[in-house]
Design a protein. Structure first.
Length: 438
């Protein structure tokens, strides 16, 4: 029988967290970091290594941001957010994982396409591959010319029945937005590469990297006042004074005033927060013991079907009994609003469509994420709206040499990735180290 109890991501206080250095909020430090996701952890590591006092305050009861590994739901590690390490060679993660004895492995890149109960024919697979390649070429050329329009304008014509699947793969699945809401310039600048899976979970690796850092969970920043000689960060547990602050909170939270700034952020940065709104990517996790679907480990399965109502399956995740069903874009938004039952039912109906009615009976449990409804995030990761391809440069500009906004949304090429967030946390910390006296 399917277990459809909701996964309330904002309330996963029972998840194991790193051993932290502070048990209470200090009143005076050199640097306050808001948010204990990848960017906040990276910034704290850099500042501590530089001999500066800092504190990371995190509104939720856990660390990791949108990178969460849960071991309680299915009795084994399961990534509820970011799962694959994208463009690993461009990030410090391979070296850090090696130092910690954590294994990274690169799963097979070949996808499987299904049309109803059958595997796609060679001509259909070729059409899909050519569509992806054609889109990439058109986006690259548009980027070279500085064109910033809806990425849907770059989608090759005449793709036939695989056209909607190509749009899903390069849009809703990759960046969380349908192509008509994605900037062609932003996609052209995105740096992507081989994907690696972190043994034991992406979130678990971040937790290891956070061990010993001065992080306090369950404390929300309410207001950041930079009108005086020192920055004052008002929190749910009192006020912290500091020489500088690094804010790593999701763009949607800042855009809706989740933290008040005094004086307000410059108008172009406020506009950038809106222009870099979060896409929607959600995951249904199905426990299917014994591999009755006969999928390869980490095999990716796409469905050739019309419209946006589709998903990607990842089979036998890390060689285990879990299957991920990932949805994105406006359809994911629609599903998450309908609730977890609708999300699980959609994943099950897709299994039946591809593998027959018996497949549904093999599912032991199903759970679904709800990042879109989480007030501390409001979505997955940023993707620039058409006409906002240059907003990332605006967002990363420091204010008064004392306030930095940093995260995946401020990285010009690795936006939407954990590696990009980590690198941006390091960048902001390096600039703070340069700006602080003595």
């Amino acid at each position: 029988m399917i277990d459809r109890r909701s996964v309330l991501l904002a309330g996963l206080a029972g998840l194991p967290v790193a051993r932290l250095a502070f048990a209470a909020v200090p009143r005076d430090v050199e640097v306050v970091i808001v948010g204990a996701g990848a960017a906040g952890i990276a910034a704290a590591r850099r500042l501590v290594a530089g001999g500066r006092s800092c504190v990371v305050i995190e509104a939720s009861g856990r660390i990791g941001g949108r990178c969460v590994t849960d071991s309680a739901i299915f009795g084994r590690p399961c990534d509820l957010g970011a799962h694959r390490l994208i463009a690993a060679a461009a990030t410090p993660f391979p070296a850090m994982a090696r130092d910690l004895g954590v294994r990274l492995h690169e799963p097979e890149e070949e996808e499987t396409l299904r049309v109803g109960r059958r595997r796609a024919e060679d001509a259909e697979i070729d059409a899909f591959s050519q569509g992806i390649e054609g889109f990439g070429q058109a986006i690259h050329e548009a980027g070279r010319r500085g064109v910033d329009v809806a990425a849907s304008e770059m989608l090759p014509r005449g793709l036939g029945r695989v056209g909607d699947l190509v749009a899903f793969a390069v849009g809703a699945l990759d960046c969380g937005k349908d192509l008509d809401r994605a900037s062609s310039l932003d996609l052209a600048r995105a740096r992507r590469g081989s994907h690696h899976v972190v043994a034991g979970g992406h979130g678990a690796l971040l937790a290891r990297l956070a061990e010993g850092l001065p992080i306090v969970t369950g404390v929300a920043a309410v207001r950041i006042d930079r009108s005086g000689r020192r920055i004052r960060v008002e929190t749910s547990a009192g006020t912290i004074e500091a020489a500088a602050a690094i804010v790593t909170v999701a763009t949607d939270v800042l855009a809706r005033g989740g933290i008040r700034f005094d004086p307000p952020l410059p108008g172009d940065q406020e506009d950038a927060l809106v222009g870099l709104s979060l896409g929607v990517r959600e995951r249904v996790i199905l426990e299917i013991p014994g591999n009755p679907l006969r999928l390869r480990d980490d095999e990716e399965v796409f469905f050739v079907r019309p419209g946006k109502r589709t998903l990607r399956l990842t089979g036998n995740v890390e060689g285990g009994d879990l299957v991920f069903a990932d949805v994105g874009g406006s359809f994911a938004d629609e599903l998450v609003r309908a609730g977890e039952r609708a999300m699980v039912d959609f994943a099950l109906s897709s299994l039946v469509e591809a593998f027959g009615g018996e497949a549904k009976k093999k599912v032991a449990r199903g759970r679904a994420t709800a990042w879109r409804r989480d007030p501390l995030f409001g979505g997955a990761s940023s993707c620039a709206e058409p006409g906002h391809g240059d907003d990332r440069t605006i967002l990363r500009r420091p204010l008064d040499g004392r306030l930095w906004l940093a995260g995946e949304a401020s990285h010009p090429t690795l936006w939407g990735t954990v590696g990009g967030a980590f690198l941006e946390g390091e960048r902001a910390a390096d600039e703070v180290l340069t700006a602080l006296p003595g």
